[in-house]
Design a protein around this ligand. Structure first.
Ligand code: NAD
Ligand code: UDX
Length: 466
């Protein structure tokens, strides 16, 4: 088996960047080049000011500082990195299609195909090509056909090696993964390729956590894992609404059911709805795949997870409007948090976008403070929904770099992200400077509600009888 000396990773995003940084740190003898077509992103990865890295993840800056320039490089010369590599990770984005057949459901594989065609055109020596992106089951077959039929006659082995990291905890997840999954062809060459990739992870991951499967199981397992995780959030969110009308408390219900070892305690936190670039996209993709095999019952079953999530975001926005005496027209609604979860600057599919959009439709003025998200990013998130014109969005969105000015004179405060710093604020000062009655809508259940009520706030929390 040929040992891997040079790696190329195509796609310097939330997965490519942190994953390659950790692989480089753990394998100083392997040279890793992360390439991207986005010059601005590559410049940010190369910035000497580590606060300017394009991805915010606790602990990432130190690892980049250690490996960058030693055996970790960020570049826009995609051809060169492909040409030199023994092994190529494809880590490009696979968003939901926004056009044509499968619009709004299927994964858009155009970036994957472009990547495969580029590898085929450039490669002059045998390569292992690894699917790191999340892909529909059987994509490896399409990649193989492109590589074999448009290539230069060299041999390609295609592996599936999905990434299970969660944003905000990416470094911890990469350092100590529950498992690393590698799917490959059931041939001698396929098994050799699996072992070549496994040896890279074996630098820090115990052998028993490196799972080997066939390619299709690996591809399908990634979609399934995300569907199961999201299903748990939708399940507890469904119960949260029942709690509110029955006087039960969803955090108590979570604790009670989570201590059952058959259920487990993780992913049972009720919220304003799950966000992020993966859950919705991957479930929609699963639903589309099931439908295309004619499995309508399977498709309907998984689609319900999304329907429940949309309902949860909608009912949170509606609760704000009804509580504020059925109108938010020209009222200041302050948002704490815009990112889809704490400890990340990623806002893709964040519940905050949908809640803000719905309140803006009611003519509210939204004022946001988020420690890591810029005004431009928030506007582009709202514009992407395309329900309102960019001019209208601009008119209704104000962002703040100081939380206290964001909250000053607000008619209501909504907590959309569970950033730890929100718990440390001077809530008496905030109360004194707010419109009365002073309403808080805690979509993340992170604040001390008793203490807030003692100050005089009226608190609504997801999943608690009010
Ligand atoms: P991202 O959008 O942050 O990064 C993708 C990068 O690929 C972009 O910078 C883009 O410019 C680049 N790119 C696209 N086409 C290219 C090409 N032809 N050549 C060079 N660069 C190209 O996406 P991400 O969040 O890193 O996700 C990547 C994949 O990993 C997706 O399939 C996603 O589903 C999967 N995934 C994401 C996460 C997560 O938490 N974000 C976790 C597990 C798996
Ligand atoms: C997810 C998967 O967890 C990860 O394994 C996969 O590789 C990529 O997709 P990510 O989207 O980064 O990761 O974050 P995750 O921690 O799963 O949270 C997703 C959303 O669910 C967030 O909006 C989060 O706030 C929400 N969530 C999570 C809840 O509302 N309640 C919970 O109990 C857990």
């Amino acid at each position: 088996m040929k040992s891997i000396k040079k790696i190329c990773c195509v796609g310097a995003g939330y997965v490519g960047g942190p994953t390659m940084a950790v692989i480089a740190q753990k394998n100083p003898h392997i040279q890793i080049t992360v390439v991207d077509i986005n010059q601005e992103r590559i410049n940010a990865w190369n910035d000497t000011d580590l606060r300017k890295l394009p991805v915010y993840e606790p602990g990432l800056d130190l690892i980049v500082a250690e490996a960058r320039g030693r055996n970790l490089f960020f570049d826009t010369n995609v051809d060169k990195a492909i040409d030199e590599a023994d092994l190529i990770f494809i880590s490009v984005n696979t968003p939901t299609k926004t056009y044509g057949k499968g619009k709004g459901m299927a994964a858009d594989l155009k970036y994957i195909e472009l990547c495969a065609r580029q590898i085929a055109r450039v490669a002059k020596t045998n390569k292992i090509v690894v699917e790191k992106s999340t892909l529909p089951v059987r994509t490896a077959q399409a990649i193989k056909r492109i590589l074999d039929q448009t290539g230069n006659g060299v041999e390609f082995q295609i592996l599936s090696n999905p990434e299970f990291l969660a944003e905000g905890t990416a470094i911890a997840d990469l350092m100590n993964p529950d498992r690393v999954l590698i799917g490959g062809a059931e041939t001698v060459e396929g098994q050799e390729a699996i072992e070549a990739l496994a040896s890279i992870y074996a630098a820090w991951v115990p052998q028993e956590r490196i799972l080997r499967t066939n390619v299709w199981s690996s591809e399908l397992s990634k979609l399934t894992a995300n569907a199961f995780l999201a299903q748990r959030v939708s399940s507890i969110n469904a119960i949260s609404e029942l709690c509110e009308v029955s006087g039960a408390d969803v955090s108590e219900v979570s604790r009670a059911i989570g201590t059952d070892s058959r259920i487990g305690s993780k992913f049972l936190k009720a919220s304003v709805g799950f966000g992020g670039s993966c859950f919705q996209k991957d479930i929609l993709n699963l639903v589309y795949i099931a439908k295309s095999y004619g499995l309508d019952a399977v498709a309907d079953y998984w689609e319900q997870v999304i329907i429940m999530n949309d309902h949860q975001k909608h009912r949170f926005a509606e609760k704000i409007v009804t509580t504020l005496f059925n109108t938010v027209n020209d009222k200041k609604i302050a948002f704490l948090g815009w990112a889809f979860k704490k400890d990340t600057n990623d806002t893709r599919e964040s519940a905050a976008i949908y809640v803000a959009n719905e309140l803006m439709e009611e003519e509210a003025q939204i004022h946001v403070y988020d420690p890591k998200v810029t005004h431009l990013q928030m506007l582009s998130d709202l514009d992407y929904l395309a329900t309102r014109t960019p001019e209208k969005n601009k008119k209704h969105l104000t962002t703040h770099t100081d939380p206290y000015t964001a909250l000053e004179a607000a008619h209501g405060i909504a907590i959309l992200t569970e950033w730890d710093e929100f718990k440390e604020y001077d809530w008496q000062r905030i109360y004194d400077n707010m419109q009365k009655p002073a309403f808080i809508f805690d979509g993340r259940d992170i604040l001390d509600h008793q203490a807030l009520e003692n100050i005089g706030f009226e608190v609504y929390t997801i999943g608690k009888g009010n």
